[in-house]
Design a binder for this molecule. Sequence first.
Ligand SMILES: [Zn+2]
Length: 590
Amino acid sequence: MLSLANAFNKNDVEDFIDRVRKFLNIDNKEKIKFVCEPKIDGLSVNLNYKDGILKSASTRGDGKIGENVTKNIQTIVGIPSKLEEKNYPKQIEIRGEIFLNKKDFIQLNEGLNEKNKFSNPRNAAAGSLRQLDSNVTKQRPLKFLAHGIGESTKKYITMSEFYEDLNKWKIPSNNLIKICDSINSMINYFENLKEIRNTIQYDIDGIVYKVDSLKLQRRLGFIGKNPRWAIALKFSAEKAFTTIKKIDFQVGRTGAITPVARLSEVNIGGVVISNATLHNFDEIEKKDIREGDKVEIQRAGDVIPQVLKVVKKEKNRKKITKPPLNCPVCGSKTIKEKDEAVIRCTNTVSCDAQNLGGLIHFVSKKSLNIEGLGEKQINQFYKLGFIKNFEDIFYINRYKNIILDLEGWGELSFQNLIKSIEKSKSIALDKFIFSLGIRYVGETLSNLIAKEFLTIDAFINSSIDKERLFNIDGLGPKVINSIYDYMQNKRNQQIVLNLSKILNIANFKKPKSHKLFSNKNVVFTGTLSILSREEAKYLAVQLGAKISSSVTSKTDYVIVGKNPGSKAKKAKELGISILSEDDWIKKTSS
Ligand SMILES: [Zn+2]
């Protein structure tokens, strides 16, 4: 689903409106309408209706293709399998949120065994929707509210118009939605909702503001994964007091050792918290946090709860927790790198914590997304020696007979695991790069790298070429060194090579091409009057053009606004095609 940029105060929202105005080249005199609605902390789904019949439904956890939950979704009250009113478009994709009311969440948890309890309403909704048996899903009181539109054969003009249709089709949308056209009314809406937040039946963690006009939304487009036309204004974090029972060390997949506070359990906004991060050892020292102290902790949305400060020191205070000289898991020496706050385990080959962390990352949702193979199962198989590295996952069938005898496994769950492992073998190049867990290489950078190399073979052969890496726009020296070091390592090379044979890694899909502007060098000059410079550039990139700032013999088009100056003159001299802003807009839409 969409990921939204966050705002935390009125200023941030004002900045957002300014950015929208600037991008669209709309001045303050003209009002822009915004849809304001509560942000529900649930599970995003896509409903696909063809000829008024629900054809498929999927979760969109990764922003691209999600898992198919069609059968289970039909058990949810409020999601019609057939649209009643006849005015529906031939095809329409309706986006929305699946969630549980607060009361239902508590009731559901009360009926579950200690080990099956859900930690928050969102996990409960996700877990319920992903049940293998749709009869179980049916018994869970899941709710649905629509909040967005995807592909549609009917071209809606505004979100409001779309919401009116939803009403006719008896698809629930939020009844707290309001259209506002000024910063003050938008902030008032937020304040009102904050007041009544506790009386609302479901959990909300803020407000979403969306540009109402779908035409403007299309023009605004995206920055990375964030739509330029929407923002979430979050409620401030919830806080609570509790005691630190113990300070432990956690070793992550990159060897980073993080101090973690084990807490006396405390309930914050319906979620039971028993651990909080202390970030790093400098922070422990700075805040002088020790075992036994009473502390204030904070939880904001999805973020791991954190310890804010000590509110009462324990009488006989323990010594302050120092960074361990040895890795608490494998015993190897630790180091603190220059300019880094983090302590790391130096054993990059055989530290169980790092290996396990790497495996968990590799199978996680944003990586290979292997259902039925989570942290628990990886731990189990790692201990038994069945899965020691990425490759082993694809040969798990060897241990079928032993696994079937293990507690919690049966023929059906094992077959499902094999199916999801098979499914995970088809993977896009950017996801594959991300799944390797190279330090500093997150989703966005994986995407940039994939865009540069396009194929897995090119990635294997050329990512050891530092110069090539330096040419990728958006990669800093720290990241480049990290990729270089990773790919220089013979063992890693072998891992990537073997995986490239086991998996079916799809080439990176280039952005759609345009017959005139694809792969062409474009220069903008002068003041544009219809589009903002930012929108013009964004449009050019969307069409596959490359933008340069100066006119050379390699330039293909120069787009001139008012008072163009020397660039236009130079283009004339070089005989380069010159387009007016009007011409350019006409040609881009043809
Ligand atoms: Zn270690």
